[in-house]
Design a protein around this ligand. Sequence first.
Ligand code: MLT
Length: 288
Amino acid sequence: MRPIKEASDLFVKAKDHTMHLIKRINGRDINIRIEGTGEPLLFVHGFPLDRTMWKYQIACFSKTNQVIAPDLPGFGASSGGDDCGGAVVTMEEFATDLSSLLDDLSIHEQVHFCGLSMGGYIAWQFFRQHRSQLKSLILCDTKASADSEEAKQARVTTAAKVLEEGSEFLAVAMAEKLFSSKTIDEQPALVEEVQETIRSTSPKSIASALRGMAARPDMTGKLKDIDVPTLVIVGEDDTLTPPEEMQSIAEAIPNSCFVQVPEAGHMSPLERPDEVNRAIRDFLSSLT
Ligand code: MLT
């Protein structure tokens, strides 16, 4: 690793030979894949994943945009999981970390914020707290509602279990929920790749994010106030954040469009990248 600007600002080469920037943000080392030039396009991953879930979008949009794909604190190659010790990390805190990250990268232009699932929960908070940094929203396979009491309890139980047993059981349990049955049958290597990401995520980071998601506010009543162009994308076989729920999000946001991706589950950008990239490209072109 070699310093380029200041002691806290490093470029490193990852195993897949891509160049990454490490930035010290709010006391944690944040790993960022940053590539290309053009309007900034920020990709925020879901739970309990990392920036590699956007590999097809990074490859596509780094030709036309400045792509910024961080690992959230505690995930991927970013630090932070151990110092939070499993305590709650809120969606608001993640949004603030991303805002600080953009400032630190001297990105003063408004960004297109693309978030999947937990990345979408963070997007709502980014809109609420850092609206001036936002040009548009791209929401993939996410929800606006808060957790039911039952769902909150299930997250608390899973957090305790992962702290006690490690993340292996979650890697197994989540595969079925994240992917369509077609993807599970036809793309086993992709499923294994995502499971490996889950296995290598710190149990403390997983527990913190579970507790943070359980504490997230209901955004349903606030959707009508979203005043940036918004694209809503969902896999037609997504059972975690089903198409009907995402369609009602799109209907509630004044300037929005809705795209349903065939034969995809919750991980639509990984499962059907060509369709998702086309939807994002058409949306971004419509804004210029
Ligand atoms: C995700 O993909 O980020 C999770 O499914 C979000 C959640 O557990 O609510």
